[in-house]
Write a protein that binds this ligand. Structure first.
Ligand code: 0RA
Length: 640
């Protein structure tokens, strides 16, 4: 049959699919769960393009019971007619790399780095892909297996399933387990991305439905207030100091849209989007916005006498202290650079954003003097703290010794090869003591911390820096820290490949882990994004059978399995309540030894997901916090 549906002209197509399957990472970033989610985003983004072209206002995303995903839109339907190459246009879209743009009437390509490489990549990486296209009065059908068409065409045209008056596209695909390490979609991440898409497209309704056993739910995302609603949502648990400010403008074919709002907290959260795609590494649009905003605010500060003649200007970071902003631009020909191809490179985007910002911000603040004064007060506070911080940093650096800080608490390892080194942050002095004895001192460092460190989400930077344990930790890691995202932090200086949080498997332990994760996310976010942060999973039980080997069990499920397997046999069960109950050799065996231990890698896709996660972890709502810990514990990437 393959011969019938696949003629000689398709050899290059086969080669293309083969290339995708050989090096999937090149097309979707990775084959971990992050890559898996990208499959969904690829298909959804195509439907969003159809919305941007003005023909689709509803998209449905369904996680099916069988592990597949369905994306339905009510657009015009992908063209099914004969294309010049002698095959249906739909086949061309799903089998050739980068075919998307050819049919795309909209002025906006969404080729944002990993995105827009399109439907053919999803097809190549799926066990099967089934597509139903409603247009021109019929439902047209096509079906592929691992990217290869499996239906016979009738005179070059797709078979029809029946008549319809509707139009639209429905794609159902099953990720291929030969390609992906994990094939279970993570609903939380997909939902977060869909919600964001809804904010960026206020006239679009997105329905998410999870049909998988045990996690059934339906959520509808429709955000008619657009990016203003986005900013409000990002700030929903914060103390805001004014209503969100919104403006939109156009310059040389580039549309610029900005919403921002200040909160009473020491942090900056400025997110950039180009053609609806999040730019994790920022880029020209953010530079244009930030630079212009700094200039405008400094000149207001002088005008109002907040800055005197002898004073130096506020820094950009001072001025953005407390700012939450979404900068969304539409560019006819976006280009991306950077490590993950998520940094907008077009210099005309900086110019356009700067021009629109310069005009609009002045229009607003000229009429809203009170808001202006409140925002400048945030900058003043930040400048004061910056100066304290600079002093604190100098003190810290001059005092710093590599192996032992002034408290002598860090037991460092001998190796200086960062790629091999690990640092364990251990709760409690007694567990810390055992860990120091148990470790392999060649490559494992131990840093005990006492009690609960500061809740950094609520503390100011000078308080954070005054905390001895935090200081020691920052010194030990070696890469500095950043207030806000990415300014003074150099991940290449990191001294340990793995930072492993080791806490008891109880409520206090969970709290300590949460505080540490918050600290890392706020001041050293790349540690998390680049996968250096782990949580150790000490065993919950040890079984001691009257005959046979002792065995450590890491969770209740393992115990259940053990009980089934050893039915009728006698064994004593020891339950570990804390790390302190294990002696050094047990601790080595169960929690330190790379051959036997279990680590959970902390995975957060990027800053915008993380800001939700921090909210969930640190907020005062107990139920969502439980849900988060539970869900992620169940999904844990076990590095056994
Ligand atoms: C190009 C042209 C036309 C539709 C589409 C693309 C289209 C693509 C996708 C991908 C997912 N859903 C989609 N819906 C539509 C229509 C051309 C015409 O009708 O004139």
């Amino acid at each position: 049959m393959a011969k019938e549906v696949y003629d000689a002209s398709s050899i290059s197509v086969l080669e293309g699919l083969e290339a995708v399957r050989k090096r999937p990472g090149m097309y979707i970033g990775s084959t971990t769960r992050k890559g898996l989610n990208h499959l969904v985003y690829e298909i959804v983004d195509n439907a969003v393009d159809e919305h941007l072209a003005g023909y689709c206002d509803k998209i449905q995303v369904i996680l099916e019971q069988d592990g597949s995903c369905t994306v339905v839109d009510n657009g015009r339907g992908i063209p099914v007619g004969m294309h010049e190459k002698g095959i249906s246009a739909e086949r061309l879209v799903f089998t050739t790399l980068h075919a998307g743009g050819k049919f795309d009437n909209s002025a906006y390509k969404t080729s944002g780095g990993l995105h827009g490489v399109g439907s053919s990549v999803v097809n190549a990486l799926s066990t099967y892909l089934d597509i139903k296209i409603s247009r021109e009065g019929y439902v047209h059908h096509d079906y592929y297996e691992r990217g290869i068409p499996a239906l016979e065409l009738e005179e070059g045209l797709l078979p029809k399933l029946g008549r319809t008056k509707e139009t639209g596209t429905c794609v159902n695909f099953l990720p291929d387990p030969e390609i992906f390490e994990k094939t279970r979609f993570v609903a939380a991440e997909i939902k977060s991305r869909l919600h964001e898409t809804a904010y960026l497209n206020p006239n679009l309704q997105i329905e998410f439905e999870d049909k998988r056993a045990g996690s059934e739910e339906t959520v509808i995302y429709h955000e008619p207030e657009g990016i203003v609603g986005f900013v409000q949502d990002l700030n929903k648990k914060k103390e805001v100091i004014h209503e969100p400010i919104y403006f939109k403008g156009e310059n040389e074919g580039i549309t610029v849209e900005v919403a921002f709002q200040f909160i009473n907290e020491f942090q900056e959260n400025v997110l950039g989007f180009c053609n609806n795609i999040y730019n994790a590494e920022g880029g020209a649009h953010l530079t244009g916005f930030k630079t212009q905003f700094t200039t405008v605010m400094n000149s207001y500060a002088r005008e109002l006498g907040i800055l005197k003649e002898k004073d130096t200007n506020f820094t950009g970071a001072d001025i953005r202290n407390g700012m939450t902003a979404v900068v969304s631009i539409k560019h006819p020909d976006p280009r991306f650079e950077g490590q993950t191809k998520t940094k907008l490179d077009n210099q005309d985007a900086a110019k356009a954003t700067s021009k629109v910002t310069g005009e609009e911000v002045v229009l607003y603040f000229d009429r809203n003097l009170e808001v202006l004064k409140n925002v400048l007060a945030c900058a003043e506070r930040s400048a004061r703290i910056r100066k304290t911080e600079e002093k604190a940093k100098t003190n810290m650096l001059t005092r710093q010794k590599y192996s032992f800080d002034s408290n002598g608490k860090l037991a460092n390892c001998e190796s200086r090869d960062a790629s091999r080194c690990e640092i364990f942050i251990v709760e409690g002095d007694s567990a810390g003591g055992s860990a120091k004895m148990a470790r392999n001192r060649n490559f494992q460092a131990i840093m005990p911390i006492r009690g609960k460190i500061l809740n950094v989400e609520k503390a100011t930077i000078d308080k954070v820096l005054a905390n001895a344990e935090i200081k020691t930790m920052i010194n030990a890691f070696g890469c500095g820290f950043s207030e806000g995202y990415g300014n003074d932090f150099d991940i290449t200086k990191l001294r340990y490949d793995k930072i492993i949080i080791m806490a008891d498997a109880d409520v206090d332990g969970a709290h300590i882990s949460t505080l540490l994760l918050t600290l890392f996310y706020r001041f050293m976010p790349e540690l998390i994004f680049e996968g250096h942060v782990y949580v150790a999973m000490p065993p919950l039980y040890k079984t001691m059978p009257s005959k046979g080997q002792e065995q450590y069990l890491y969770d209740d499920k393992a115990l259940e399995i053990y009980r089934k397997k050893h039915k009728g046999e006698k064994f004593t069960l020891q339950r570990y309540k804390g790390l302190g109950e294990m002696d050094a050799s047990q601790l080595w065996e169960t929690t330190l030894d790379p051959e036997h231990r279990m680590l959970k890698q902390i995975e957060i896709e990027d800053a915008r997901m993380a800001s939700d996660v921090t909210e969930i972890l640190m907020g005062n709502d107990v139920p969502p916090r439980k849900a988060f810990i539970y869900e992620h514990a169940a999904d844990a990437e076990l590095d056994v």
